[in-house]
Design a protein around this ligand. Sequence first.
Ligand code: ADP
Length: 391
Amino acid sequence: MKVLSVNAGSSSLKFKLYEMPEGKDLISGNFERIGIDNSFYTIKINGEKTKKELSIPNHKVAFTILVEELINNNIVNSLEEIKGIGHRIVQGGDYFNKTVIIDEQVVAKIEEFSSLAPLHNPAAITGLRAAQEVIPNAIQTAVFDTAFHQTMKVEQFLYGLPYEWYTKYKARRYGAHGTSHKYVSERINEILGRQDTKTIICHIGNGASISAVENGKCINTSMGLTPNAGLIMGTRCGDIDATIIPYIMDKTGLSIAEVTNIMNKESGLLGISGISSDSRDIEDGIKDGNERCVLAQKMYVRRIIDYIAKYYFEMNGVDAIVFTAGIGENSPLTRAQVIEGLEVMGIKLNGEANNSRSREVKITSEDSKIPCYVIPTDEEIMIAKDTFELI
Ligand code: ADP
């Protein structure tokens, strides 16, 4: 059965088509600059990538091109072969705790939660509407970034604010990256060979979050009402004293929108280093003796260690710590520095094993009290799996 995994942004559409249940990747690609000038798309079949530039005025046109490519490349003979389409949805609020089949009530709920994810949810609706029009017979599902975190208890997801802000305005921790945390926590349980585990999953990429997972269920996570909480990220500040906001507004005359934008797009590694949000540039800067890069990396690593320590105590121990996403999978330096900071827990690095990129590997030595792993994440296959299972 062929299942399409889709991630729609306001001007982009990423997709991957799988043969399920095998999980074989048949074609993947990305439409970019939809609705703006110089739009183009790339597709990848059997490792071969091609790029085409043409006008893509909206998501419906993108889906129509996608279908043409599938047929022209003999990946499907007819649309009927695509039985399911799973859509990544960023915010499912406190309503969705699992993947669901999309109907009008589900769309209305996604719309309702748009105020919590104003950039993402409306774009996802545009994407799913386009898919419904172009591939009407496929079963469409909504896979929520927040769903995996819905098992958090109230004392974990509530802020120390007036209770009515929660009951009236739904101001609480929701978390994000849930599909990745779910995928990686299931994989680590397979490696450990049991389900009754306590694991800490470090999804550290440009966006970054850490989850504490007990017996396969999320008990806490570092992102909050929005993704700008917890860890220091590429351009997001993560946890701060919220009172900094009125203080800076008062000092600078910046508006709430401007401060919000700076906290999301000009902070984190970029804000501290002053040069880049990309960890590769930070690592190059460190080699060149750039003090601000050294500082940015130190703060970045410190925050990760702090969260691991917090969740270690919260779960009363941990069976494995896992690194994933861009930096987690590709930066031996960051992993080594985090593990060095966990020495007090009896964790010992295997330097040689740690020196690898983009592959599943145990990076601690045999005498390490707690094993640490790298597990490449795969949100697309998780979306396809959930969709396949629902069908
Ligand atoms: P997101 O999906 O949140 O946009 P990614 O998970 O793709 O982000 O992670 C992007 C980050 O991963 C960047 O900081 C990038 O520098 C880092 N990264 C990717 N490859 C490498 C590498 N080979 N060495 C160090 N960092 C890397």
